[in-house]
Write a protein of this length. Structure first.
Length: 398
C-alpha cells in the first residue's frame, strides 16, 4: 500500500512521468496499476476525443446500472473534479452497485468500508502494532489506502469514526504515530447513506459534509427502467469491464483542471455562494430566516471544478453558464445549515438553492470561436428563468 502511495503521490504524475532507473520503485510493465494502456498512449488529445473516451466509460457503467443516468454522470464529474461524493437514497436504488461498477470500469484499487456502530477509527486509517519479538512498533495501514473507497452507510458509525475521514478527505494523507502517509492517486471517497432511517444512525458533522464535492440524491427508477432491471438482472447479469486506466484518469483530471473559465462566471459563482450566506442583502428576506449558515469557500472552488468537468464531458475546453447551473444544486445542497424554523416548516435545502439561483443574475458568455481566444461577456440579462438546477439536461432539483 505504501509503495503504491509513494509511486502515485504528489509530485509524481504516472500519466506523464516515464520509468527512470534509480527510482527505487519496481514497476511491472504489465501490472494492473501501470501499463501501456493506463499510462496513456496518446500524449495529446482533443476535447472531442476526451469526451468520446468519457462517453465510452459512462456507456460501460450503464450496461450494469439501468437508468440513474444523472447519478452516473455526477459520479464521473466528481471523479474528474477530484472531489468526493455523497450518495443519498432509499435502499435498493443501486448506490453501492454504481460505486463498485465505477471502480471496475476506471481501474485502480477498491476498498469497501461497511460502517457499523462498533467501528473504531483505527479500523479505517490503520494503527501501530507492537511486535514483541522485534521489540518495536509496526504501522499497519488501514483499508482506506485505495484509489476508490466506498464508505457504505456512513451515517451508521458514531461521530468519532466519521471524523477519522476528515484528514483523509481534505489533505489526502493519514497521520499515524507521528508519521504521514500519502494516499494513492487518484483518490476518491464515495459515501452512501439512507435518509429514511432514524434509529441507530448518526448525522454527518458539518465539517465532513463540507468535504464532499457533491451530494447526489438517488431516486426510484421509472416503470420502464424497473422493467428493464428485471429483464437485465434476472438470469445473466452483465459484468462491467475496464475502459480507463489510472493513468488515463489522472490525465483527464489534469485536462479538466485546465478548462477555461471566464472571469464573469467566476464572479457569478462567488455571488451565488455569498447569497447563501447573506440572503437578506440580496433581496431574499424570507430565505434569511431559513439559513443559519451558508456555504463555505469550498463551495466556490467546488462549483468551478465541477463545471470544468461537465464542460469536458461535453467535449468543450471552456465553461458555459449552463454548466454551472447544472451542478449548482448538487454542490450546494449539503453545505447549507438550515435554521430550526426551516426544519420545522419542512423547507428543503433544494428550495433555498433554487431561490438563490433565480435571484442572482446570470451572465451571458458567448462560446469561443477559436481555441485560445477568450469568450466575450455580455450584459447580465437578469435572473435565469425556465430552468431546473437538478440535472444535466434539466432535472427535478432534488
Amino acid at each position: 500500500m505504501v509503495r503504491s502511495a509513494a509511486r502515485c503521490g504528489p509530485g509524481r504524475d504516472p500519466a506523464t512521468e516515464p520509468q527512470r532507473e534509480g527510482d527505487g520503485v519496481t514497476q511491472s510493465p504489465s501490472g494492473p496499476e501501470w501499463d501501456e494502456r493506463s499510462a496513456g498512449s496518446v500524449p495529446v488529445s482533443t476535447p472531442a476525443q476526451d469526451a468520446g473516451l468519457l462517453e465510452r466509460t459512462m456507456f460501460e457503467i450503464k450496461r450494469v446500472i439501468v437508468g440513474q443516468d444523472r447519478m452516473v454522470e455526477r459520479l464521473l464529474v466528481s471523479l474528474l473534479a477530484r472531489g468526493h461524493c455523497l450518495l443519498e437514497g432509499v435502499p435498493g436504488v443501486a448506490k453501492t452497485l454504481a460505486v463498485e461498477t465505477l471502480a471496475t470500469v476506471v481501474g485502480g484499487s477498491f476498498a469497501r468500508l461497511q460502517f457499523t456502530p462498533d467501528l473504531v477509527p483505527s479500523d479505517i486509517v490503520g494503527t501501530r502494532i507492537y511486535r514483541p519479538g522485534a521489540e518495536k512498533f509496526d504501522t499497519e495501514l488501514g483499508p482506506v489506502f485505495a484509489n476508490f473507497v466506498l464508505a457504505d452507510e456512513i451515517n451508521r458509525a458514531p461521530a468519532k469514526v466519521q471524523s477519522a475521514l476528515l484528514e483523509v478527505m481534505a489533505e489526502q494523507q493519514v497521520s499515524i504515530g507521528g508519521a504521514t502517509y500519502p494516499m494513492p492517486a487518484p483518490f476518491l471517497v464515495l459515501a452512501t447513506q439512507n435518509p429514511i432511517e432514524h434509529e441507530g444512525v448518526y448525522p454527518l458533522p458539518e465539517a465532513q459534509r463540507d468535504r464532499f464535492l457533491m451530494k447526489i440524491v438517488v431516486d426510484y427508477p421509472t416503470a420502464e427502467e424497473e422493467r428493464e432491471i428485471v429483464y437485465r438482472m434476472g438470469a445473466d447479469p452483465p459484468v462491467a469491464e475496464q475502459v480507463l486506466g489510472t493513468g488515463d484518469l489522472i490525465r483527464l483530471q489534469r485536462t479538466a483542471s485546465r478548462v477555461f473559465v471566464h472571469h464573469a462566471l467566476v464572479d457569478y459563482v462567488v455571488r451565488v455562494v455569498l447569497a447563501t450566506r447573506l440572503p437578506a442583502e440580496h433581496g431574499m428576506v424570507d430565505v434569511a430566516g431559513w439559513v443559519a449558515y451558508g456555504a463555505s469557500p469550498r463551495a466556490s472552488l467546488g462549483m468551478i471544478a465541477a463545471a470544468r468537468a461537465v464542460a469536458l464531458t461535453r467535449g468543450r475546453d471552456y465553461v458555459l453558464p449552463q454548466d454551472v447551473l447544472d451542478i449548482a444544486a448538487d454542490v450546494l445542497r449539503h453545505r447549507l445549515v438550515l435554521s430550526y424554523d426551516a426544519l420545522a416548516d419542512g423547507v428543503p435545502a433544494e428550495h433555498v438553492v433554487r431561490r438563490v439561483l433565480q435571484t442572482v443574475p446570470l451572465p451571458q458568455v458567448t462560446p469561443r470561436q477559436q481555441a485560445g481566444g477568450p469568450p466575450v461577456p455580455m450584459l447580465p440579462p437578469g435572473p435565469p428563468t425556465g430552468f431546473e438546477p437538478g440535472g444535466f439536461a434539466g432535472g427535478d432539483g432534488t
